[in-house]
Design a protein around this ligand. Structure first.
Ligand code: SF4
Ligand code: SF4
Length: 365
């Protein structure tokens, strides 16, 4: 357990599946050097098989007595798919668009398919996923080299690339399959919650770029942060698959309203809901029912009185208010540890022999 915990809340009612977050992350961290197939942030259509394919059936995490569960390592071709390029130059010459690898699977492969029958009861929604920076990380418990660590100052979970030997137990141990093997350097890599940005008071790129304004970022113990209010005060933000036992620190506001179903004559069925409650319970646990009740009650209150702090927050009038980070906190922490001001606070990750050549880090080391 870390001294403080940084967290993110994502409001699924507002995600439009545009993948801007995915692109923001990809272009910043994973578009080269063996990371081509990695999506530290991906956005899945639910119901769907996700990325990697069928990740929810791949094991890992903990059972009710706290024992680490066996898990599998996804197959790099079958479960992630081989990244491909199109022959755009030939297209300009009027030739057919072709890919340079077999198209078998990839992120967003089953986009907008969902479930049910069109037009009577079909449905889907989007789930953006990053590493959950868990309080009890399955990846960390599974690593025999102690190469994964949780930072004391903010609970961000990182891989120490010097210690990592590429055994991949962490991938099997993470039930969310959010650690990836880099075949070029034989190490595993994962979402770093954009810690170099966070230490300067900026939100992670996925949150900053989110056009739907669905992402809130802040410290869970900071009572002024919207993250704290959504998780602890209003209790409307809950983790994905809490049954995996890793205590995630990425929280979700579940889909609250969905269109009604149509009967055989094409007439709306009053009071029906296309998203089955049992599907939401599978994803978010039993608590989801109370959350949906609270959100609906608050919507009613807002309609009747015009007042609701909760809905004001969820509407997110001011993007900047969604993020409450603390540059000074990191600087103070750095001082007590003897680092130079503005130097990245925890240097185990960035000073590894595999990362120290990155010029961005060099400038601040
Ligand atoms: S989501 Fe997976 S990779 Fe991230 S901290 Fe939790 S167990 Fe580790
Ligand atoms: S940028 Fe925001 S709205 Fe768009 S897919 Fe990502 S989380 Fe959803």
């Amino acid at each position: 357990m870390s001294q403080r915990q940084l967290a993110m809340v994502m409001d699924l009612n507002k995600c439009i599946g545009c993948q801007t977050c995915t692109v923001a992350c990809k272009t910043q961290w994973t578009n080269r050097n063996g990371r081509e197939y990695m999506y530290w942030n991906n956005v899945e259509t639910y119901p769907g098989e996700g990325y990697p394919k069928k990740w929810q059936q791949m094991g890992g995490g903990f059972d009710a007595s706290g024992d680490l569960q066996e898990g599998v390592i996804p197959h790099i071709e079958a479960d992630y798919g081989i990244p491909w390029d199109y022959n755009f130059d030939s297209l300009a010459k009027g030739e057919q668009l072709k890919a340079n690898a077999p198209l078998t699977w990839g992120p967003n492969w089953d986009e907008d398919e969902g479930a049910g029958n069109f037009p009577s009861d079909n449905y889907f929604f989007y789930i953006p996923r990053i590493c959950n920076h868990c309080t009890n990380p399955g990846c960390l418990s599974a690593c025999p080299r102690d190469a994964i660590f949780k930072r004391d100052q903010d609970g961000v979970v990182l891989v120490d690339l010097d210690r990592c030997q590429g055994y991949r137990y962490c991938i099997a141990g993470c039930p969310y399959k959010k650690v990836y093997f880099n075949p070029k350097i034989s190490k595993t890599e994962k979402c770093i919650l954009c810690f170099p940005r966070i230490e300067r008071g900026l939100p992670p790129a996925c949150a900053q770029q989110c056009v739907g304004r669905i992402r809130f970022v802040g410290f869970l113990d900071d009572e002024e942060s919207q993250v704290h209010k959504l998780v602890h005060k209003y209790k409307v933000a809950i983790p994905l698959r809490p049954d995996y036992g890793t205590q995630p620190n990425i929280y979700y506001i579940p889909p609250t309203e969905s269109p009604v179903k149509f009967d055989a004559n094409g007439k709306p069925i009053e009071g029906s809901n296309r998203i089955p409650a049992e599907e939401l319970e599978k994803l978010f646990g039993k608590e989801v029912h109370e959350v949906v009740k609270t959100l609906k009650a608050e919507m009613k209150k807002r309609k009747e009185t015009g007042e609701s702090e909760l809905l004001d927050m969820l509407i997110a009038f001011q993007h900047s208010e969604m993020f409450r980070l603390d540059n000074n906190y990191y600087q103070e922490h750095a001082k007590t540890k003897g680092y130079k001001l503005l130097a990245p606070v925890d240097d185990r990750y960035i000073k590894g022999k595999n990362t120290k050549k990155i010029s961005f880090f060099k400038a601040h080391a």
